[in-house]
Design a protein around this ligand. Structure first.
Ligand SMILES: [Zn+2]
Length: 354
């Protein structure tokens, strides 16, 4: 059969003799080739990883401008650039837990809860937060003792504290509720700032009612709480809710830590805003920071205004009952609105209640 005929019959070329040569398999060469192939793949993978790393690295370094741009964007959106939390704030704050010892302050309807304990516990918690953030804290009492209000003020002044915060609980009929803060009736700016920063912080956590920053003494615009009168530094007296109001007590217990942290943060914020310390916590103000309220001279028991005028404190000492009556009178408006602070007369101890 010719090749032609074969193709016609079988549809393919005929296999000629000698075409079926046996293929020799070089197993050794295949093995070497395989090893080389594996090495090649390994090398390629390593190479790709190295290149990827290099690209990422160059991204990091070349993106300094990008990072700066991003930071700038952050600045624009957040207004305040992020600052690393300082290790230390170089200022002193004096905390005053109201009442103590045989003076329990106000009490709730059960007679089991006492103002002196609430104020003491809160001041200790605030102290804890402040010290954790590197602030020096002086306490007017660190045990359950009663100090005279004059002693408290003298000790605070001697501690060279830059700020002073007295903490009390309010008391009145059950329907009264909320937080109010008292400042010297000369409306000193720094004292007002301290008070409003604290009130804002507490309000943000959640309070029953915001009863504002008030000046002088309730119902006695010419008077001041003694701690706002005889302390030399910016001061305020926080009435941390009514101990006579169940909801206020509930809020205090529930928000205890958050209130303390809020007060601590407000104190630090105030020290920065007054220029006592810089953002990094370093001291800016030379010597103890003084309020612009009339400065008390314990030797002569007189008060001197910024322009050298001497003002005298009168001897009004409102008692708790008066205080509650006066509270009734002012509840239709806020105390700050109802009491136009005006003259130089200074007076009034913090009553034993409230
Ligand atoms: Zn009190």
């Amino acid at each position: 059969m010719t090749d032609e005929e074969f193709r016609e019959k079988y549809g393919r070329d005929p296999v000629k003799p000698g075409q079926h040569t046996q293929v020799k398999v070089y197993w050794d060469r295949i093995a070497i080739a395989l090893v080389l192939l594996i090495l090649l793949i390994f090398g390629i993978v390593k190479g790709i990883m190295a290149i990827a790393g290099a690209i990422k690295g160059s991204d990091d370094s070349s993106s300094v401008t990008e990072a700066a741009a991003a930071a700038e964007e952050d600045d624009l959106s957040q207004a305040e650039p992020e600052v690393k939390e300082p290790q230390q704030y170089q200022f002193i704050v004096c905390l005053d837990p109201g009442h103590g010892g045989e003076d329990g302050g106000a009490t709730d309807s059960t007679g089991k809860r006492w103002e002196k304990d609430d104020t003491f516990n809160m001041c200790n918690k605030v102290k804890e937060y402040l010290e954790a953030k590197g602030v020096t804290v002086a306490m007017t009492r660190d045990t359950d003792v009663l100090l005279s209000l004059e002693e408290i003020c003298v000790n605070a002044n001697n501690s060279k504290a830059d700020l002073f915060v007295s903490i009390h609980r309010n008391s009145a009929e059950k329907r009264f509720k909320g937080v109010e803060i008292w400042v010297n009736n000369h409306e000193p700016e720094a004292d007002t700032l301290l008070a409003s920063n604290i009130l804002t912080a507490l309000d943000r956590v959640g309070i029953n009612e915001n009863r504002n920053v008030n000046y002088g003494f309730i119902g006695e615009p010419q008077s001041n709480y003694q701690v706002n009168r005889q302390t030399h530094m910016p001061s305020c007296l926080v009435e941390l809710g009514f101990i006579t109001n169940d909801k206020d007590n509930e809020l205090l217990d529930k928000n205890f830590d958050a209130y303390a942290e809020g007060i601590a943060d407000a104190v630090i914020k105030t020290a920065k805003e007054l220029g006592i310390v810089a953002e990094d916590g370093s001291r800016l103000h030379e010597g103890q920071y003084l309020s612009t309220k009339p400065q008390w001279d314990p030797e002569t028991d007189t008060y001197h205004t910024e322009n050298g005028d001497t003002v005298f404190a009168d001897a009004i000492d409102p008692n708790a009952e008066d205080k509650n009556l006066k509270r009734e009178d002012i509840t239709t408006t806020t105390a700050a609105e109802a009491i136009p602070p005006e003259d130089d007369a200074q007076a009034a101890d913090d009553g034993t209640v409230g």
